[in-house]
Design a protein around this ligand. Structure first.
Ligand code: HEM
Length: 156
C-alpha cells in the first residue's frame, strides 16, 4: 500500500484539478474573486519541498503514524481530490490498483531488457488531463510457474 501511495504522490493520474470558487478568497496575498476558475496542481503539491522534507521516492514515509492519508485531509497529498467533489471511486480505484499490481508481482519476475540499467528507465509523463507515460516502459516478464492464476488459466 505504501508503494501505491508513493506512486500516487509522485505521479498523480489527474495532475490538475479544475474547480470554481464559491466565495471571494485570499491566498498568499492574492485576491481570488468568487466564480474564478482555479486549477489545483496535485503534481506540484506531491513534490513540494516545503511540504515533504524528503521529496525523493521513499514509500516507507507512509508508515509514519502522522503520514498523510488518501482522504484529502492533507492538502500536500490529494491524488483523489479533497472535499465534496473528491473522487467517489477512491476505494474501488485503490482495490483495482492494488489487485493489478499484486497480480503482476505475484505471477511474474520482472527484468529489464539486456543492456538496460535501472537508471535508464525514465518515468517522464506525457501531456494530457490524465497522465500517461511519455515513453512506453519496456520490461521483460518471466512467468512464475507456481502462480495460482496462471495455473488456473492453463488448466494445470
Ligand atoms: C486510482 C484511481 C482513481 C483516481 C486517482 C481518481 C482521481 C480522481 C480525481 C483527482 C477526481 C477529481 C477530484 C476533484 O476535482 O477535486 C476524481 C473525480 C471523480 N472520480 Fe475518480 N479516481 C479514480 C478512480 C475512480 C473510479 C474507479 C471511479 C468510479 C467507479 C471514479 C469516479 C469519479 C467521479 C464520478 C468523479 C467526479 C466527482 C465529482 O465531480 O463530484 N474515480 N477522481
Amino acid at each position: 500500500m505504501c508503494v501505491l501511495k508513493e506512486t500516487l504522490r509522485l505521479h498523480p493520474p489527474f495532475p490538475l484539478l479544475l474547480h470554481e470558487t464559491v466565495e471571494d478568497a485570499e491566498v498568499s496575498g492574492y485576491s481570488i474573486p468568487k466564480g474564478s476558475r482555479v486549477m489545483i496542481n496535485t503534481y506540484a503539491l506531491g513534490r513540494d519541498p516545503d511540504s515533504w522534507s524528503d521529496p525523493e521516492i521513499n514509500p516507507s514515509r507512509f508508515l509514519d503514524p502522522g503520514a498523510p492519508d488518501l482522504k484529502g485531509n492533507s492538502f500536500e497529498f490529494i491524488p483523489f481530490g479533497s472535499g465534496r467533489r473528491s473522487c467517489p471511486g477512491m476505494q474501488l480505484g485503490m482495490y483495482a490498483f492494488e489487485l493489478a499490481t499484486a497480480h503482476l508481482l505475484q505471477c511474474f519476475t520482472w527484468r529489464l531488457p539486456d543492456g538496460v540499467k535501472i537508471g535508464d528507465v525514465d518515468t517522464i509523463e506525457g501531456p494530457g488531463l490524465t497522465v500517461a507515460k511519455a515513453n512506453s516502459l519496456v520490461a521483460v516478464p518471466i512467468k512464475r510457474l507456481l502462480c495460482p492464476i496462471l495455473l488456473e488459466s492453463h488448466n494445470v
